[in-house]
Design a binder for this molecule. Structure first.
Ligand SMILES: NC(=O)C1=CN([C@@H]2O[C@H](COP(=O)(O)OP(=O)(O)OC[C@H]3O[C@@H](n4cnc5c(N)ncnc54)[C@H](O)[C@@H]3O)[C@@H](O)[C@H]2O)C=CC1
Ligand SMILES: O=C(O)[C@@H]1CCC=N1
Length: 270
């Protein structure tokens, strides 16, 4: 399932690596179709030796070589990156930003008439189970954006959202894997606390979260209904759920998503 595009990344950190790992594993592109730029020589050497992809310390080289350019740097440095590349970006290049909080309008003001797509993916794209939300700039028609949708569809699910939902998406699914890792780690500690070996505990916790998530996605049932199916009257589960409610776990998760959403909004104001 190859796409016929050269793909460049400016910023070769955690998110770029997750996307690269995912699209190579999905065989959407060959390693020879990918080039990465980073200011860190160590990162470039690591990415080259891990994935056999081309690397360059020069971001302008990425613009020359790529049909689709992913901006995978931190939001704080994206303005500098754009200033360096803007004069060179042709209108035929598709620019995809994954930076939290950075608006299409900010990018478009420096990249006149260039098709811009803003995406909020998450790191499970590395294992083909990401969720990526896309918002299209005014020059990114459906036909132009299709190859980008294909990239993210090859490594998970894709939803199209209006740009004003992006901060909320960032707070929920962009940051969400971290919440899930905290839950898995805590459940594994709990398993150890009640006498299970660490590795068994981690396996039980992770597979339980994955199985529960899969049931929600495959049955389309409301999660509360699926929870009720586990919860026998007077049984073990209601004893556990009662403690979760007493300790405010539900409210804590809501507050976490609200805090992350507000932080994304704040980052967009700079
Ligand atoms: N990590 C995640 O789960 C997600 C991250 N994002 C977004 O992805 C972007 C990247 O985040 P991470 O990969 O986590 O950060 P990171 O810190 O792992 O990677 C950033 C990379 O950019 C490089 N870099 C810094 N300045 C540069 C420059 N001027 N030119 C070229 N490379 C430069 C750094 O050396 C580093 O390797 C951010 O904008 C973030 O909001 C979006 C969704 C999820
Ligand atoms: O923590 C961050 O700012 C980025 C955006 C979403 C996930 N990681």
């Amino acid at each position: 399932m190859l796409i016929n595009k050269q793909i460049g990344f400016i910023g070769g950190g955690a998110m770029a690596e997750s996307i690269i790992r995912g699209i190579l594993h999905a065989e959407l592109v060959m390693p020879s179709q990918i080039m990465v730029n980073d200011i860190s020589c160590e990162r470039l050497a690591y990415l080259n030796s891990t994935f056999a992809i081309a690397t360059t310390p020069d971001s302008q080289e990425i613009i020359k070589q790529s049909d689709i350019v992913f901006l995978t740097v931190k939001p704080q440095v994206i303005a500098n990156v754009i200033d360096t590349i803007a004069p060179l970006v042709p209108k035929t290049t598709i620019v995809v930003s994954v930076a939290a909080g950075v608006t299409i309008a900010t990018l478009q003001s420096k990249l006149a008439e260039v098709p811009i797509i803003r995406v909020m993916p998450n790191t499970p794209v590395a294992v083909g189970e990401g969720i990526s939300a896309m918002a299209l700039g005014k020059y990114a028609t459906k036909a132009i954006s299709d190859p980008v949708a294909e990239v993210f569809a090859s490594v998970g699910r894709v939803v199209t959202v209006s740009e004003d939902s992006m901060d909320a998406v960032t707070g929920l699914s962009g940051s969400g894997p971290a919440y899930a890792f905290v839950l898995i780690d805590a459940l594994a500690d709990a398993g150890v606390r009640v006498g299970l070996p660490r590795q068994t505990s981690i396996l039980l916790a992770a597979q339980t979260l994955m199985g529960a998530a899969k049931m929600v996605l495959e049955t389309n049932e409301h999660p509360a209904k699926l929870r009720d199916m586990v919860t026998s009257p007077g049984g073990t589960t209601i004893a556990g759920v009662h403690v979760l409610e007493q300790k405010g776990v539900r409210a804590a998760l809501i507050d976490a998503v609200v805090a992350a959403t507000e932080r994304s909004r704040e980052m967009g104001k700079r």
